[in-house]
Design a binder for this molecule. Sequence first.
Ligand SMILES: [Fe+2]
Ligand SMILES: [Fe+2]
Length: 315
Amino acid sequence: MNKKVRDYRDGDNVEGYFLVKDAQEKLGKNNTRYMDLVLSDDTGDINGKIWSCREGMQSEFEKSCVVKVRGTVKSWNSQLQINIEKIRRANEGDGVSISSFIASAPESAADMYNMVLTYIDRIRNLQIKQLVGEIIKQKETRLKYFPAAKTNHHAVRSGLLYHITTMLKMADKVMEVYDLDSDLLYAGVILHDIEKTSELDSNEFGITADYTEEGKLLGHIIMGIKLVERVGAQLRTDPDILYMIQHMIYCHHYEPEYGSPLKPMFKEAEMLHYLDVIDARMYDFTQAENSITTGNFSEKIWSLHSRQVYKPTLK
Ligand SMILES: [Fe+2]
Ligand SMILES: [Fe+2]
């Protein structure tokens, strides 16, 4: 039985099937051409290299095709990659289906979507309820499969919905301790990343090869503010309500270098930021922990400030 991606170690021999998430021809030192691939199974992604490939090879491995690979796992710059010796596209005779390679959120998209609807039901302010409900209705199809990121946290099918529902559950917990307006906090959680559905270019498997043009030029924060403005104008929402929800979207990344020019100016906006950070960090820690055995360290995780994650032995 072949190992899964998350169990690979330096020096392992690999022979198995992978989904191609990305394939790019690149020029290395001395103008040698090589292929840089992102290969995945349902446990994670790994970089693959075909050294000295021929020109035009990229077109043979378009995104979301399944390939059979033979190679060796090597650690390079603290990251594992497969040096590929042999690769070919899978054919019908191989009997492999794409869906078995797709990493998905641990809960079903329909259940998570319904959970979001129950939270919208609990919003008491009718204008906020209507605004959030309308936006979620418009985004239903994409929301059900979109990841929350290209790489890093929640970069799996339905990852964005998983991120939102986890944050909603956390919101309930923090409101047992702190006096916060639940209408604002629920609205902020549900809408803060909603325009990731237009910032990223994802297929129905939740695989994102790139950002959209608008996503690159504006990003989901500005796009989210514009969406709230548009829908708010259609619904004639009170401008004060729109400013508050737009402010929450505006500051949720907290730092100018991450896209938020202002710091939060009310409690619910401050809390939204921390719920967002907690959920992203916990997800990345859990992913890293799943890739190692107890008492060991992971590779350096870029999204965790290049820390190596340790898996405690006292469990
Ligand atoms: Fe965000
Ligand atoms: Fe987020």
